[in-house]
Design a protein around this ligand. Structure first.
Ligand code: PMP
Length: 425
């Protein structure tokens, strides 16, 4: 049965049945939250032993003799650089390990462009307008940085292999006010897409009207695989940029927020030697140095790339069943509705595409029934989803039984909003 083929009478009858089911959900007094991509409590427990790796009885010196309790080494202790470099496909000398948040580093680097400019180019604040390419749906906090700093956002549609590159190339080549692009190249937030080699190559080699154009390569989910044997590994943007004669075009980012503890992990930026030198000179004014005890703690706990991969398998064992359950419930519950959704191999989200004009209504219905989802529209610049279709589903935080309840409500809300939209046509 396809909703689109139902008669008005059939739709009216379906609506009445769905309203009755919805009222039952509302009567349960649920308070469930699927709004943010947070690890569940059982995932956080995986990293509890890390808290014992650095304490009053353990070694508190880095391998180069740095006393991690004291000031010094603004750009990260060598072993932490090596650890982050190993998951960022970079050499450790051109990696800085900073504080607890990669988003914070991204914010700082966009701010540096605004205030000072990159590698001798004019500060953006001296220019009439700055614009940014925003593959959408995308990560709301990237868009919030642009919005706060007054950068005009240009949405470009995401495809299954990355942003629509014809559009990206056209925009980057034609407008010197376009200074950058947000990219979550592996298990993208929220679509789960992995950029193809072709997309990586085109981003690196495309003509840019702005000489100081930067690819913000936020590889937040570089080690966050869900299924053994289906691990993605996006092509290295640094190598691609170097090969096409644009060695300074990218900044890579990663963190251990969803490896160990969100808010208490370590975050890093990797870039060309020239960019790293400039970043260090600027960040060195912002801080005397970051939390080296936490860097040491992470190295002792995770070890190296292999240790990290083993640890990530434990996360996958907890969250893959949650993704599977959500996908099964969408599949079973939404037959014929005409909605679609992503089936990611990693990352933290399932991206849901409802019928045109139904996302806001669906999220509002769910909220009313006690299930908080990410706000509809949040995945687009200015919270403006032009077709009002996209909803980001974040399955990791609720325990399985709560997730199941929340998805029952969600499925009911999608159906009700869809029937309402069809009746309103
Ligand atoms: N980038 C992306 C794509 C994210 O989804 C998130 C949220 N986990 C972040 C960055 C934030 O990372 P951090 O905690 O390192 O600031």
């Amino acid at each position: 049965m396809s909703y689109a083929e139902l008669s008005r009478e059939e739709l009216e009858a379906l609506k009445a049945a769905l309203e009755a089911e919805y009222a039952e959900h509302c009567a349960k007094g649920l308070a469930l939250n699927m709004a943010r991509g947070k690890p569940g409590a059982d995932q956080l427990a995986l990293s509890l032993p890390m808290l014992d790796c650095v304490n009053a009885t353990t070694e508190l010196f880095a391998e180069d003799g740095t006393d991690c309790r004291n000031y010094g080494v603004m750009d990260g202790i060598p072993e932490a650089k090596r650890l982050m470099a190993s998951i960022m496909d970079h050499d450790a000398e051109r990696v800085c390990v900073f504080g607890n948040s990669s988003l914070n580093i991204m914010y700082d680097l966009v701010s540096h462009g605004m205030l000072y400019g990159y590698l001798g180019a004019p500060a953006w604040k001296t220019l009439p307008e700055i614009a940014w390419i925003c593959p959408s749906p995308g990560y709301d906090r990237h868009f919030a940085i642009c919005e706060q700093l007054g950068i005009r956002m240009i949405p470009v549609r995401m495809t299954e292999t990355g942003p629509d590159m014809d559009e990206v190339e056209r925009i980057a080549a034609s407008d010197a006010s376009v200074k950058g692009i947000w990219c979550v190249p592996q298990y993208s937030n929220p679509t789960g897409a992995v950029y193809s080699d072709e997309v990586v190559r085109r981003l690196a080699s495309m003509e840019c009207a702005a000489e100081d154009f930067r690819i913000f390569w936020d590889n937040a989910y570089c080690v966050h695989h869900l299924y053994e044997g289906r691990e993605a590994h996006v092509a290295d943007i640094a190598a691609a940029c170097e090969a096409s004669g644009h060695p300074d075009r990218y900044f890579k980012f990663a963190s251990t927020s969803k490896v160990t503890f969100p808010g208490a992990g370590i975050a890093a930026v990797a870039a060309s030697a020239a960019n790293i030198a400039e970043i260090k000179s600027r960040v060195g004014v912002q801080t005397v140095g970051y939390d080296k005890l936490n860097q040491l703690r992470h190295v002792k706990f995770l070890g190296d790339a292999n240790g990290m991969a083993e640890h990530m398998k434990k996360h996958a064992a907890i969250i893959a069943p949650k993704f599977d359950m959500v996908l099964d419930m969408l599949e079973a519950g939404l037959e014929g509705v005409g909605a679609t959704w992503s089936k990611p191999d990693g990352g933290y989200f399932i991206s849901f595409e409802g019928l045109p004009g139904t996302a806001k209504r669906t999220v509002a219905l769910a909220k009313e029934a006690g299930v908080t989802m990410t706000g509809a529209g949040a995945t687009w610049p200015y919270k403006n989803d032009p077709r009002d279709t996209n909803i980001r589903i974040a399955p990791t935080l609720p325990p399985m039984n709560e997730l199941e309840q929340a998805m029952e409500v969600f499925v009911c809300c999608v159906k009700l909003a869809s029937v309402e939209a069809l009746l309103a046509e």
